[in-house]
Ligand binder design. Structure first.
Ligand SMILES: [Zn+2]
Length: 437
C-alpha cells in the first residue's frame, strides 16, 4: 500500500477503489498505527527506529493515500482515534514537534486535501462523538487529543469546540448527579468513599495490537493513577476545556472584548453556567486553610476560577462602566434607613415572591419565583457566580471568582442592561446574596 504513489495513477485508483469496496477491514488494518503483521513490510519497518519515527512515517504513508481518494470519511473516522491515541501514549511531548508539519497539513481546513476536508463536523466527528459520552474518562482522552492538536498550533474551529464542550458538560453532569444520589453524604468525610463508577482498566483503544519494537514506553500518567473515582475527573476536564478555549482564542487571534451579546460569548456563558450547575466531586485532604496548598481538590477549584476569570476577561468589554459617584451612607445612617418605608417595599416584594415559591419546583428553591432557565444567559451566569460565592472559602478561588463577577457586572454590565427587564430578580439576588443580614 505504501508504495502505491510510485505506480500508474489510473490503474492504482481503480484497484484501490475496488479493494476499498470489497475489503474495507483489510485497508483499515493496514492504515492503523499498529498495523497487522503482513502489512509491516519494507521502509521503516525494516529498520530499528524510535516509535516517534515509526508513527511519523506511518502517518506520512497514510496521508500519501489521500490524493487517491482512498481515505473516505468512514476510514478517517475509524483510523484517526488510533493515531491520536498512539501519539498520546507513545510519543514523548518533547518529540511532538516532529509531527507538526504533517498534522498541520492534514488538519488545515483551507488546505486539507481530504474529500470532506472543508466539513469540520466530519473531520472532527471522531472527537466530538466522545463528548456525547457521559464518561469523564472518555472525554478526558478526547481532551488530550485536542490538546495535542492545539500544542501543534492546529486551528480548532471555536464554535465547534464550544458546542462539543457544552454537550460534554451536559453529559458529565449526569455522572455527577448519579454520584450525588448514590452517595448522599458529603464526599469530604474521612472514610474511603465507595466507588459507584470506577475507571475502566483498559483504554477504549486497547484492542489495537501492541507494537513489535521498540517496546511501548509509558509516556503519560493516566487519570486513574491519580483519582479514585471517575467523578473526580470531571473538574479537571472542565479546566482542560476552558484552557483549550483560551489557547485557541489566542492562537487564532480571535476578536476580544466582544461583550455579552454575540454567539461566541453566549456559548461561553452557557458552558460556564453548566459547569457551575452541579456540585463538583473531589476529596479534600486539607483540614484547615494552611494545608489548602497541598490539597488537589482545593487547587483544582482555585484553578477553575482562575482560568474562568481569564475567559471572562477575554470576552467582556475592556472598559468598566463608570459608576456615578454617590455618597456612601454611614453605618448609623443605614441603621436609621432600615426602618424607612423604602426598605419595607423591597421586603414586601420579596415576600410576594416567596408566595410563588410554594408552587415552584424544588429546583427554584435557591431563587424563589424565578425560573432561571428562562432568564438571559448572562443573568444565569450571574446567579451561578453568586451561589458559588456563598460556598467559596479558599482565598485564591474567592479572589478569582470576584474578578470574574467584576468582568460580568462592571465590564459586561449584565445587571445594568437587564434591571428594567427583571427588576425583581435583580433586587432579590442582591438582597439575598450580597447584603449582609
Ligand atoms: Zn481541600
Amino acid at each position: 500500500m505504501k508504495h502505491c504513489q510510485y505506480f500508474d495513477t489510473s490503474y492504482v485508483c481503480d484497484w484501490l477503489d475496488e479493494v476499498a469496496k470489497t475489503h474495507f477491514e483489510v485497508i483499515v488494518s493496514c492504515l492503523l498505527p499498529h498495523p497487522v503483521e503482513y502489512a509491516r513490510v519494507g521502509g521503516f519497518w525494516d529498520t530499528l527506529c524510535s516509535r516517534t519515527v515509526q508513527i511519523k512515517e506511518g502517518l506520512n504513508c497514510f496521508f500519501c493515500l489521500v490524493p487517491y481518494d482512498v481515505i473516505t470519511f468512514e476510514i478517517w473516522d475509524y483510523v484517526m482515534p488510533y493515531w491520536l491515541e498512539a501519539i498520546r501514549t507513545e510519543v514523548p511531548s518533547e518529540d511532538l514537534h516532529h509531527l507538526k508539519v504533517l498534522l498541520n497539513k492534514s488538519f488545515d481546513m483551507d488546505l486539507c486535501p481530504l474529500p470532506f476536508g472543508t466539513d469540520s463536523d466530519k473531520m472532527y466527528h471522531f472527537i466530538s462523538e466522545r463528548f456525547d459520552d457521559s464518561s469523564a474518562y472518555v472525554q478526558e482522552q478526547a481532551l488530550q487529543w485536542l490538546q495535542i492538536l492545539s500544542t501543534l498550533d492546529i486551528y480548532l474551529p471555536i464554535h465547534m469546540l464550544l458546542s462539543m464542550f457544552i454537550s460534554g458538560v451536559q453529559n458529565m453532569t449526569e455522572l455527577l448527579k448519579q454520584q450525588s444520589t448514590a452517595e448522599p453524604e458529603s464526599p469530604t468525610k474521612e472514610s474511603k468513599p465507595s466507588q459507584p463508577r470506577s475507571f475502566p482498566q483498559n483504554s477504549p483503544e486497547e484492542e489495537c495490537p501492541p507494537p513489535l519494537s521498540p517496546a511501548k514506553s509509558h509516556v503519560v500518567v493516566e487519570a486513574f493513577e491519580i483519582y479514585d473515582r471517575e467523578t473526580e475527573l470531571v473538574l479537571p476536564c472542565y479546566i482542560m476545556m476552558l484552557d483549550l478555549i483560551l489557547k485557541q482564542l489566542e492562537l487564532q487571534n480571535f476578536p476580544k472584548y466582544l461583550g455579552l451579546y454575540n454567539e461566541t460569548s453566549r456559548q461561553i456563558m452557557q458552558l460556564l453556567t453548566l459547569m457551575l450547575g452541579t456540585r463538583w466531586d473531589g476529596t479534600h485532604i486539607c483540614s484547615d486553610e494552611q494545608q489548602a496548598n497541598s490539597c488537589m481538590f482545593c487547587q483544582n477549584t482555585a484553578l477553575w476560577h482562575q482560568v474562568t476569570s481569564q475567559v471572562m476577561q477575554n470576552f467582556c468589554p475592556l472598559s468598566q462602566v463608570k459608576i456615578p459617584t454617590k455618597e456612601i451612607p454611614r453605618v448609623d445612617e443605614s441603621k436609621r434607613l432600615s426602618t424607612t418605608p423604602t426598605c419595607m417595599s423591597r421586603k414586601s416584594s420579596v415576600t410576594s415572591n416567596d408566595d410563588v415559591e410554594s408552587t415552584a419546583g424544588e429546583k427554584e428553591e435557591e431563587c424563589p419565583g424565578f425560573d432561571m432557565t428562562s432568564m438571559p444567559l448572562h443573568l444565569q451566569l450571574h446567579h451561578a457566580f453568586l451561589q458559588e460565592l456563598e460556598n467559596t472559602k479558599d482565598t485564591d478561588a474567592g479572589f478569582a471568582l470576584l474578578t470574574s463577577m467584576k468582568y460580568l457586572i462592571l465590564n459586561g454590565e449584565c445587571l445594568n442592561y437587564t434591571v428594567t427587564q427583571f427588576p425583581e430578580y435583580v433586587k432579590f439576588s442582591l438582597s439575598k446574596y450580597l447584603i449582609p443580614k
